[in-house]
Design a protein around this ligand. Structure first.
Ligand SMILES: [Zn+2]
Ligand SMILES: [Zn+2]
Ligand SMILES: [Zn+2]
Ligand SMILES: [Zn+2]
Length: 386
């Protein structure tokens, strides 16, 4: 992830050798297990329980998005090295139960998502001061992992397991009973009690709890598209108005037919809302049609691309950070990501129009090293789908 810029950075998924997605390469990635930045204070599963079903949430994605470093004269370099925010990674988790995703934002206690922000100084307990060599694979002995800091990760989900181990072999590690049962079925049963090395846990291919793993690569969106959109919106000012008049005209007819069950004003308002929503949805589709594979849009402090005119968060909906500072928009997850997660089922599945992530505008260091942040889900409005 490039440092924060004024333009929109688009995220795409790509297959990548697994070693490139290790913590020491500061990866941006989708699926698999999280690559923790702070290796000592990894969140425990109780911080990842879904408030609806009480199951541990699954890692969805992380993006590495440090603040810009500026020109590297000596004074700036030293200031940057001492800044509490040289490395910065954002994490998103979500519940895997489709029924937990039927909630709306108004029930914010029941969000099936969890967001964390983690930051480190350039001089820290875990990583070298110099950036890693991204072209050479690290030998197994040089892999930096939470194990070196006495943190055991769950063999199934990769979160902090505390000290819960398989009672029989004392080797396999789990964050919760559910994951122990899951692992027993998918492979541990055959291995329990036999010798196995550190990296010889159940093969990830059998692990249906995790999402498929990809690297998340970014590219700037062409500035032209934003400029085009602004221009068209000015031109379209009148045509939106035309659409509204058509809507109002239909309403008039409806009123005559129904002999006034609703006031003209109410119906007019309804028609306008639907028209605005169609326009917003067309805008959304048009903007992403230039790069249809984008799974993420990053623009710290920028404006999200809304999927609908309905259910946009107002300023008071965005809960401030626990430090008191406002939260600002940082990135959004696009519906295209769903096609890579293999979550489709016949009756119900995890679904969203877009997920908007807001973070502390001060990138504060208050609270836990994995600091909770805020997510707003926007669904497609019914009229958009038809
Ligand atoms: Zn749930
Ligand atoms: Zn687990
Ligand atoms: Zn065992
Ligand atoms: Zn804050």
């Amino acid at each position: 992830m490039a440092a924060c810029t004024n333009n929109v950075e688009l995220g795409f998924v790509e297959k990548s050798p697994p070693w490139r997605l290790l913590s020491q390469f500061f990866p941006s990635k989708v699926g698999g297990k999280p690559a923790w930045l702070n290796l000592k204070e990894v969140p425990k599963s109780k911080n990842l329980f879904c408030p609806n079903c009480n199951k541990t949430m699954t890692f969805l994605l992380q993006i590495y998005c440090p603040p810009p470093t500026g020109d590297e004269d000596d004074a700036t370099a030293e200031a940057t090295a001492q800044s509490t925010c040289f490395h910065r990674t954002l994490y998103v988790f979500c519940c895997r139960e489709a029924t937990c995703h039927q909630t709306s934002n108004s029930e914010d206690q029941k969000s099936p998502f969890a967001i964390f922000r983690c930051q480190l100084e350039r001089r820290n307990d875990f990583y070298s001061y110099e950036p890693p060599d991204e072209d050479s694979q690290v030998p197994e002995k040089d892999i930096i992992s939470p194990k070196q800091f006495d943190v055991l990760l769950c063999d199934v989900c990769g979160c902090n397991a505390g000290d819960r181990k398989c009672g029989k072999c004392q080797k396999a590690v789990y964050c919760c009973k559910d994951h122990q049962v899951m692992d027993w079925k998918i492979g541990h049963k055959a291995k329990c009690g036999k010798e196995f090395g550190l990296h010889d846990a159940t093969p990830p291919a059998n692990n249906k709890f995790l999402f498929p793993e990809f690297e998340l690569v970014t590219e700037p969106e062409s500035e032209e598209y934003a400029a085009q959109e602004a221009e068209e919106n000015i031109e379209k000012g009148s045509s939106n108005e035309d659409l509204r008049l058509v809507g109002a005209g239909l309403v008039q007819t409806a009123v005559e037919l129904e002999n006034g069950y609703m006031s003209t004003k109410d119906l007019d308002r309804m028609a306008r809302k639907e028209t605005d929503d169609d326009v917003q949805f067309m805008n959304f589709k048009k903007r992403i049609s230039h790069d249809p594979d984008q799974v993420l849009r990053y623009q710290k402090g920028g404006r999200p691309l809304f999927v609908s005119a309905n259910d946009q968060p107002s300023e008071k909906d965005i809960v401030p950070c626990s430090c008191g500072a406002k939260r600002q928009f940082e990135f959004q997850i696009m519906p295209q990501l769903l096609t890579h997660l293999e979550v489709d089922s016949l009756d119900a599945s995890i679904d969203w129009g877009t997920l908007l992530i807001y973070t502390c505008s001060k990138s504060c260091t208050e609270g836990p090293p994995y600091h909770p942040e805020f997510l707003w889900k926007q669904d497609y409005h019914n009229s958009s789908i038809s």
